[in-house]
Design a protein around this ligand. Structure first.
Ligand SMILES: NC(=O)c1ccc[n+]([C@@H]2O[C@H](COP(=O)([O-])OP(=O)(O)OC[C@H]3O[C@@H](n4cnc5c(N)ncnc54)[C@H](OP(=O)(O)O)[C@@H]3O)[C@@H](O)[C@H]2O)c1
Length: 321
């Protein structure tokens, strides 16, 4: 197949391009060029912020287009300017309107779509994804993949690597963890998601699908993380109020404890009902494999992790308890 990956040079998009190449497809990646596509892919430089930014792709028709865009304008212009027999849009569980219950199905209410072409801030992310979904679904045969947290080697956010890394490198006998160990967790390995997305493109599957791994909880993730790290450190459970007092955040960002959200309204956020995707062929590897490979990648990482506690922050919290 002739496949176009709009993106294709970063975390998931690059893995999709790599997977498609390995399956014998001809792959073109289109992006601004801040990083390189995988070897073997053709590259076309485009700037989707520009009204005519996709002009370098004009006049071609693709068997499949896979798009990882976040900005509605990027997707609206792509369906207008890039000819395709089938499209896959990588969307997000953030599209849903409410996260208070776990494992929402694809039929749950979504946010109102963002009318603007561009998000004013990250607060618009979910609504922007809904607008992207609507543009793709209105354009012809398409699959929309509402992904949960994407895990695995290359997770620049550090959300999936932090716990195995911290447990592998404790600053003492204890590791700071939130007290809420029953917080629902789920994640999908980037490699499994990529294989399935390419499969959807190959079979020109249509529909809207949630995609993530099985629901577990933070305590179980920490157990697996400790196992793959070979760690003897003891989790030191810190009450939520104390974490707040100490200025420790949740989910991601500096001085945060990932995979947990300090807000009951977001308790179901990480989990999704994935029965439809599994019936359509999504297969996810054991969490143990994902965390072991992510730890190996974290050990080679050169840029700073964008979540978790630094050693100094970890010591400060432990000293304050
Ligand atoms: N990470 C998660 O846990 C998570 C969870 C749920 C859903 N998702 C979704 O999963 C996808 C992640 O994909 P990814 O890892 O490949 O995305 P990414 O890291 O956001 O990369 C975006 C890609 O688009 C290109 N791009 C960005 N702005 C562009 C522009 N103005 N013009 C042309 N190209 C542009 C980038 O290359 P250049 O910068 O070189 O242009 C890059 O190839 C996204 O759709 C995200 O919303 C992520």
């Amino acid at each position: 197949m002739e496949l176009l990956v709009l993106g294709g040079t970063a975390f998931l998009g690059r893995e999709i391009a790599r997977t498609a190449l390995a399956r014998g497809h001809r792959v073109t990646c289109a992006a601004r060029g801040s990083s390189a596509p995988p070897d073997g892919a053709a590259f076309v430089r485009v700037d989707r912020d520009e009204e005519d930014g996709l002009a370098p792709l004009a006049g071609r028709r693709w068997d499949g287009v896979i798009d990882v865009a976040r900005q509605p304008g990027h997707v609206r212009r792509a369906v207008r300017d890039v000819g395709a027999d089938h499209r896959v849009l990588v969307s997000s569980g953030n599209a849903y309107a409410d996260f208070s219950s776990i494992e929402q199905s694809e039929d749950a209410a979504t946010l109102p779509p963002l009318e603007a072409d561009t998000m004013a801030s990250d607060e618009d992310y979910g609504a922007a994804k809904v607008a992207c979904e609507q543009a793709v679904l209105a354009a012809g045969p398409a699959a929309v993949v509402r992904s949960g947290l994407i895990a695995g080697p290359g997770d620049w956010s550090g959300r999936t690597g932090y716990w195995p890394w911290r447990l592998a490198h404790p600053v003492g006998p204890e590791v700071v963890v939130p007290d809420e160990l029953d917080f629902p967790c789920a994640m999908v390995d980037v490699r499994d998601l990529a294989v399935w997305i390419v499969d959807l493109a190959e079979r020109q599957v249509e529909g809207v699908f949630n995609a993530t791994g099985p629901t577990t909880d933070l305590g179980s993730v920490l157990d697996v993380a400790a196992r793959v790290a070979g760690s003897a450190a003891t989790p030191r459970r810190v009450p939520v109020e104390r974490l707040r007092e100490l200025g420790i955040g949740h989910w991601m960002g500096p001085a945060s404890l990932p995979l947990w959200i300090d807000d009951p309204k977001w308790r179901g956020f990480a989990t999704l009902d994935t029965r439809r995707a599994r019936a359509e062929g999504l297969v996810t590897r054991p969490l143990e494999d994902t965390l072991a490979d992510t730890l190996a990648w974290e050990e080679t990482r050169t840029e700073p992790r964008r979540c978790g506690l630094t050693d100094d922050e970890e010591r400060r919290v432990l000293a304050a308890l």
